[in-house]
Design a protein. Structure first.
Length: 347
């Protein structure tokens, strides 16, 4: 980050249904690339299209490490770098990150970014009504409809990229027996597994077991052809494992509780926005969700997203997911070049 120079990073932090989202507003070096997807490929390194000699990707990754590691962050931290959009039709672009790297999609982050774009004045919004924020993410363009009442942001509905179901009832062996796994691509590839089939319920007390088996399932699917995206290899590979349980239906439709294990054993505190899109497509395929129905999707901490079908697309099912994001703080982080811990540590 520059020898002898104190590095300053400024962020605005939100949480969406309990899951953090840290938006970096000051202190980012530029990232080469003409699109958000290209910039993510550069950050991933030479194997994904970057260059080993370009110092800018590593400088940006230093910022990611600084914000996800102790003492400034923690292993469950999540956030995004705001970058230019792909073209003038979108308001902004974003590179999503977590402690292990960079994701291709993030529904809870899209909800937070929509709220931030309106709350900060980046996108004009009415006192009462809806403002639409168009955001370019690595998997495509998404839209956040920001709901306003009496000058306050009350909720955000994001319309995701189309969701494609790629496999049903794959038999996967785990330490808790062989289970049936469904796969759906909804900006990232998600594996869905009934927690009951593993002898588990989705409760905080079971998180160690849920995390362990989620990691097993993800590893077991590493060479599964159905995890490959049909048109963009950069979106291939299982990103998250959704462990869900059934709750009593509501008058509007199905109700489920889940925990999503993603990256290297990281847990989504929210019901998982992009993962909710995956669940919507699978429920529609099962005939349990139709036009006008809603999925009540609950997280392991009891927070809720609602999801619905929004139409058909040549690439899959279009979905919308609604949740709320709240600002938790504004931060000015510094990195002293004489600090022996540097960008920090993970436990």
């Amino acid at each position: 980050m520059g020898a002898g120079v104190v590095k300053v990073i400024e962020t605005v932090d939100y949480h969406t249904a309990g899951e953090p989202f840290r938006i970096v507003t000051v202190g980012l070096p530029p990232v080469p690339g003409d699109t958000v997807a290209e910039r993510r490929a550069v950050l991933l390194g030479p194997g994904a299209g970057g260059t080993a000699t370009d110092p800018r990707p590593s400088a940006l990754d230093d910022v990611r490490r600084l914000l996800t590691r102790e003492p400034r962050g923690h292993a469950g931290m999540y956030g995004g770098f705001v970058v230019p959009p792909d073209d003038s039709e979108a308001h902004l672009g974003v590179l999503f990150w977590h402690k292990d790297g960079y994701s291709t999609a993030c529904g809870h982050g899209t909800i937070a970014l929509g709220a931030w774009a309106v709350d900060s004045g980046l996108v004009p919004a009415p006192e009462d009504g809806v403002a639409r924020v168009r955001i370019d993410v690595p998997s495509g363009r998404v839209t956040a409809a920001v709901h306003r009442s009496a000058g306050r942001t009350t909720a955000v509905t994001f319309r995701n990229v189309p969701t494609l179901v790629s496999a049903r009832k794959l038999a996967v062996r785990t330490s808790r027996g062989t289970v049936a796994v469904d796969l759906a691509h909804s900006g990232a590839c998600y594996a869905s597994v009934s927690a009951a089939s593993l002898g588990l319920t989705v409760t905080p007390g079971n998180l160690p077991e849920l995390t362990a088996v989620g990691r097993e399932i993800r590893a077991a699917l590493a060479d599964e052809p159905a995890t490959r995206h049909p048109s963009d290899p950069r979106l291939s590979g299982v990103y998250g494992v959704i462990l869900y349980e059934e709750l009593p239906d509501t008058p509007s439709g199905p109700s489920q509780r889940n925990v999503t294990v993603f990256a290297d054993g990281q847990l989504d505190r929210s019901p998982c926005g992009s993962g909710t899109s995956a669940r919507l497509a699978l429920l529609a395929a099962d005939g349990r969700l139709g036009p006008g129905d809603e999925l009540r999707h609950e997280s392991v901490i009891g927070t809720v997203f609602t999801g619905r079908l929004a139409g058909q697309h040549r690439d899959g099912i279009v979905t919308e997911v609604t949740g709320a994001a709240h600002r938790t703080g504004e931060h000015r982080f510094v990195l002293d070049p004489h600090d022996s811990l540097g960008t920090g540590f993970l436990l």
